[in-house]
Design a binder for this molecule. Structure first.
Ligand SMILES: Cc1cc2nc3c(=O)[nH]c(=O)nc-3n(C[C@H](O)[C@H](O)[C@H](O)COP(=O)(O)OP(=O)(O)OC[C@H]3O[C@@H](n4cnc5c(N)ncnc54)[C@H](O)[C@@H]3O)c2cc1C
Ligand code: SF4
Ligand code: SF4
Length: 361
């Protein structure tokens, strides 16, 4: 019988709705019994006559665990693809359940505060909040005290930001500018339906609020030799780290050959056209292609800023030569990144040319 101890909901999802259990490949199994005795959750029993393990209580299996498969000497145990579990982690119910669980079991789970750590944490003030479209916040943060800032960071990095009333509600946001010396940073925050942090950011954040921030974090930074042309691909607010990288390149070599493909759902969603026009004026080597799935005539095109319908994948398929000889820097929501990397890998693009910044699972 499945044990209630092991079959309780997994981060809010009923256990019987999750397909995660071992399957024995009988032809490969030599009947050593390691899986049976090694599993503490009584998933297996042993058929002593046939000398084979039997999966009797599959729901007892811990979601995501593959210990028995890892320790099987003949690789005779299979599991569903881990992507099925990662997909669950993309759901709000799972993310929020983990967050709540951490708080409820705070005393048990808290690491000793005496452990030294390298975090750089500062308090920043909300200096300006703009809403270029209803779905995006353009947020400017400034230092509160001199010297307590992210005055130096590498373009493409991100920070973690806390909601002021909460000790634990924090999310990551990419810095959308190169360092300006005064420690001010710009973030682009997209509204997420049912999202906890963005609900506060859109409805509760005020100019003058003080926010705890940690950073700079991340390795989505320029790693390409100065002579190699670049292709940036951004989905939604994935534009933020890409803008920082382009601003950096404009400072070093305004003539550098750069193409930006920026994908959005609707053409009215392109929230940073003025910033792009400013960069285009500074960088003769930059070309911008705006790509909207639901196209209308809201975006105003120009010689080096064109507008097309479809997805960024469609845009690449229409003009595959844009990939030739370029290093790629790609940022945005996980689903877009997954589709893009699959397509690019299938086209034989060397993974060393791909630099990817994912906004989530
Ligand atoms: C390194 C990094 C950099 C990031 N930079 C930015 C940025 O510059 N701008 C920005 O807007 N966001 C960025 N994000 C995403 C951001 O950290 C939050 O995940 C997002 O704002 C949602 O937070 P929330 O609390 O409102 O939603 P949650 O309460 O955490 O989640 C609600 C639901 O929305 C889903 N969800 C969470 N994030 C996304 C997303 N990005 N796209 C689609 N669905 C999502 C969750 O899986 C969940 O199902 C970045 C994430 C990472 C890891
Ligand atoms: S560990 Fe592998 S070989 Fe040993 S009984 Fe289990 S499945 Fe068979
Ligand atoms: S994966 Fe882990 S929990 Fe599941 S059967 Fe194997 S050892 Fe047991």
């Amino acid at each position: 019988m499945p044990s209630p101890q092991f079959t309780k909901p997994w981060h809010g999802v009923p256990r019987d709705q999750i397909h995660w259990n071992p399957t024995i490949l009988e032809d490969a199994c030599i009947g050593c019994g390691t899986c049976v005795t090694g599993c503490s959750r009584l998933v297996y029993r042993f058929d002593f006559e046939r000398k084979k393990p039997v999966v009797i209580d599959p729901l007892n299996c811990m979601v995501g665990c593959t210990t028995c498969a890892n320790t099987c000497p003949t690789s005779a145990i299979e599991f569903p693809p881990i992507e099925s579990v990662l997909a669950l982690e993309g759901q709000a119910v799972v993310r929020h359940s983990v967050e709540d669980d951490l708080q409820q079991r705070h005393d048990l789970l808290a690491a000793p505060s005496s452990i030294p750590h390298p975090d750089h944490i500062v308090v920043l003030a909300v200096a300006a909040i703009e809403r270029p479209t209803p779905e995006v916040l353009w947020l400017t943060l400034a230092p509160v005290k001199p010297g307590e800032c992210f005055c130096e960071f590498t373009p493409g990095q991100y920070i973690e930001l806390w909601e002021p009333e909460s000790t634990h509600l924090s999310r990551s946001y990419s810095i959308a500018n190169a360092p300006h010396g005064d420690g001010s940073i710009v973030l682009h925050i997209r509204r997420v339906d049912g999202g906890r942090f963005t609900a506060w950011a859109f409805d509760g954040m005020r100019v003058g609020d003080h926010l705890k921030a940690r950073g700079p974090l991340g390795a989505f930074t320029m790693r390409t030799p100065a002579t190699t042309p670049l292709l940036f691909i951004a989905g939604g607010t994935g534009l933020a780290p890409v803008l920082a990288l382009i601003e950096q390149q404009v400072r070093f070599d305004a003539l550098r050959d750069m193409v930006l493909l920026w994908g959005m759902r609707r053409s009215a969603d392109f929230y940073a056209l003025d910033a792009l026009r400013t960069l285009l004026a500074l960088a003769p080597g930059l070309h911008v292609r705006l790509v909207a799935e639901l196209a209308d005539d809201a975006a105003q095109a120009s010689e080096r800023m064109t507008f097309e319908a479809g997805t960024v994948l469609d845009a690449l398929a229409r003009n595959p030569t844009v990939l030739t000889g370029r290093d790629l820097y790609i940022a945005g929501p996980p689903a877009m990144l997954r589709d893009l990397t699959q397509a690019l890998t299938a086209q034989g693009i060397d993974s060393r040319r791909l630099h990817i910044d994912s906004f989530g699972v």
